[in-house]
Design a protein around this ligand. Structure first.
Ligand SMILES: C[S@@+](CC[C@H](N)C(=O)[O-])C[C@H]1O[C@@H](n2cnc3c(N)ncnc32)[C@H](O)[C@@H]1O
Length: 286
């Protein structure tokens, strides 16, 4: 009842209101199993053996750390993120999916990646997080700090995207994403993931992106995540990595299948196709 004694107005329970934005993010843009397989392969290509220690920079809810420790009883992972909210989400939702032994091999640090000195064989920075460093000096300082903290046989891995489609304002792309049906069999229809590039400034290479989620009942979570980034280019990154002291630097470019479609496999390459939108991995050896 309201203060005036009238029945309180009911707010409509929308799908957006009941949604968990971190779960939707994970379903839309994360594939920790694939990421860990890639890191292991890149490391084996570089050093001829498999690594045990991972540092996940910009780890948010540290889904990759959790997958890493699942993939071997000798594997340890450290997640580093500035923000307590996604770390708390991962503690509440992802850590409980691990066994006690796996859980004991994950450590979390609420810290600036520029300050951390955590040593590891693999340092991974996924989902383009380094784009948030807009100044050359900042990005160089990050690469130098990773270089210092890597083990002697150490590898920095991050993903990278680009292409002419990114040099534009108001680009909106969406796709339907299926959700697993919950155990209680409640209706759990697919939602729409929307990647929105609001603007790009060719003078600074700054770009502003948002992730929105849209639901079949017409409700939405607008700006669930917002990214204010600088769109670096691959040659800039390769030069900075060399300057930071990395002895070898490789681009793993996506191969195509017989029909010319992206295959999901990545190989070292020195020449890539200038598709309007492309993704690749950058791998740097200490
Ligand atoms: C784009 S999200 C990446 C999430 C995750 N790595 C993934 O693959 O989806 C960027 C994350 O970086 C964190 N972050 C931003 N600046 C940071 C810094 N200087 N040091 C540590 N974490 C930072 C944010 O809190 C956010 O969780």
């Amino acid at each position: 009842m309201s203060k005036q004694g009238k029945p309180a107005k009911k707010t409509k329970a929308t799908m957006a209101a009941g949604a968990d934005k971190y779960a939707l993010y994970r379903l839309s843009v994360q594939d920790p199993e694939h990421e860990v397989s890639m890191f292991l392969r890149f490391y084996k290509d570089a050093y001829g053996r498999l690594p045990t220690s991972l540092r996940e920079d910009f780890c948010a809810a540290f889904a990759v750390c959790c997958e890493w420790v699942r993939r071997g009883s000798d594997r340890t992972a450290v997640g580093v993120d500035l923000d307590s909210e996604p770390l708390a989400y991962g503690r509440a939702h992802y850590l409980p999916t691990l066994t006690p032994d796996q859980r004991a091999r994950v450590r979390l640090l609420q810290q600036d990646v520029l300050q951390t000195r955590e040593r590891a064989e693999v340092v991974a920075a996924q989902n383009y997080s380094f784009f948030l460093f807009k100044q050359r000096a900042q990005l160089l300082a990050y690469f130098k700090s990773v270089h210092r903290s890597l083990a002697d046989e150490g590898l920095l891995v991050f993903d990278m995207m680009g292409g002419s489609a990114m040099y534009a304002n108001d680009v909106v792309e969406g796709r339907q994403v299926a959700r697993p049906t919950p155990a209680d069999k409640q209706n759990n229809p697919p939602f729409r993931y929307v990647w929105h590039q609001e603007r790009y400034n060719p003078i600074t290479a700054d770009a502003l992106f948002h992730i929105h989620f849209r639901f079949p009942d017409g409700s939405a979570i607008d700006n669930a995540f917002t990214y204010d980034w600088r769109l670096w280019t691959l040659p800039e990154l390769l030069e900075l990595l060399e300057e930071a002291g990395f002895s070898a630097r490789h681009i793993y470019w996506e191969t195509t299948d017989q029909d010319g479609n992206p295959s999901g496999n990545y190989r070292r390459a020195t020449e890539g196709r200038p598709d309007p939108a492309w993704l690749c991995y950058v791998v740097a050896q200490k």
